[in-house]
Write a protein of this length. Structure first.
Length: 279
């Protein structure tokens, strides 16, 4: 039996309610135009003709002597040459006092703006993160900055939890635990994880759970995370018009922006070019 094409449905655009009620001004009545009459004399006719003849003479002179003073666009094989697109912006991202892995003076610095609940961030962490570090031992400084998305109910608390674990020198261990439990964070029911769940993760890592919980419940790092997200939003757009950090994950490899969970070879291309510059 042949497969029938899906029935087309008509898409109805949602009605967007205004955020502010506009002020309504009373309609003004159109002004009454008084009809005016005038007498067109023969002398007027000759005056108009004289002006038109003078203007025509100037126009003819311009066409004969002054037209086409600028060179026409260069055409090569029937194609009009245009200016090349602008080069991508190279960013300078602040990294001081943010969680990092690798030598401080490494020739390659990768900054990730991420969200622990983001499924694409989790996939990149599982498929690329360790392979990337292993491919360039001792040459990468990897910096993590927070960009918890507002519609991810567990993203902000998870960012707080990782930073609180960092107070006990276990930031990256907790970072890995959160991504390993992506299914719990990004659950289909939209459940908000309770403090006991984070405490369980901390206990499994051998942390002082009491100190850890106090850090989280006091929201010690709340402003730190808000500042992270605000900083991301303040970065100028790329030369192609895309936002510097328009979603998660977003990476900056020695300032070169990669917006998305790109596979390893894209990072290799940038890193190899950057390392070649220093040789």
């Amino acid at each position: 039996m042949p497969v029938m094409p899906p029935r087309k449905t008509k898409t109805i655009a949602p009605v967007v309610e205004p955020v502010i009620e506009p002020e309504v001004f009373p309609k003004e009545q159109p002004p009454v135009v008084q009809e005016e009459t005038f007498t067109f004399k023969r002398s007027h006719f000759y005056a108009v003709v004289s002006v038109l003849a003078f203007a025509a003479g100037i126009l003819v002179g311009y066409v004969a002597w002054g037209y086409n003073t600028q060179a026409a666009p260069t055409i090569v094989q029937g194609v009009v040459q245009t200016a090349p697109p602008p080069e991508p912006r190279i960013y300078e991202i602040e990294t001081k006092d943010y969680p990092s892995l690798g030598p401080a003076d490494a020739p390659i610095e990768i900054v990730e703006f991420s969200d622990y609940q983001c499924p694409y961030c989790s996939r990149w962490h599982d498929q690329v993160f360790q392979s990337l570090l292993a491919a360039y031992p001792g040459k990468i400084k990897f910096v993590y900055r927070n960009y918890p998305l507002s519609f991810h109910q567990n993203a902000f608390a998870s960012a707080e939890a990782a930073l609180c674990a960092g107070d006990q020198d276990a930031y990256w261990e907790f970072h890995d635990v959160l991504f390993a439990n992506q299914a719990s964070l990004n659950n289909q029911a939209g459940t908000v994880l309770d403090q006991a769940t984070y405490n369980q993760y901390a206990g499994e890592l051998g942390l002082d759970v009491t100190v850890f919980e106090e850090c989280m419940t006091s929201h010690k790092y709340q402003q730190f995370i808000l500042d992270d997200a605000s900083y991301a939003g303040s970065l100028p757009a790329d030369t192609n018009g895309e936002a510097a950090v328009g979603g998660t994950p977003t990476f900056f490899v020695n300032g070169h922006r990669l917006g998305g969970a790109y596979p390893l070879e894209y990072f290799r291309e940038i890193i190899d070019a950057e390392l070649a510059k220093s040789n």
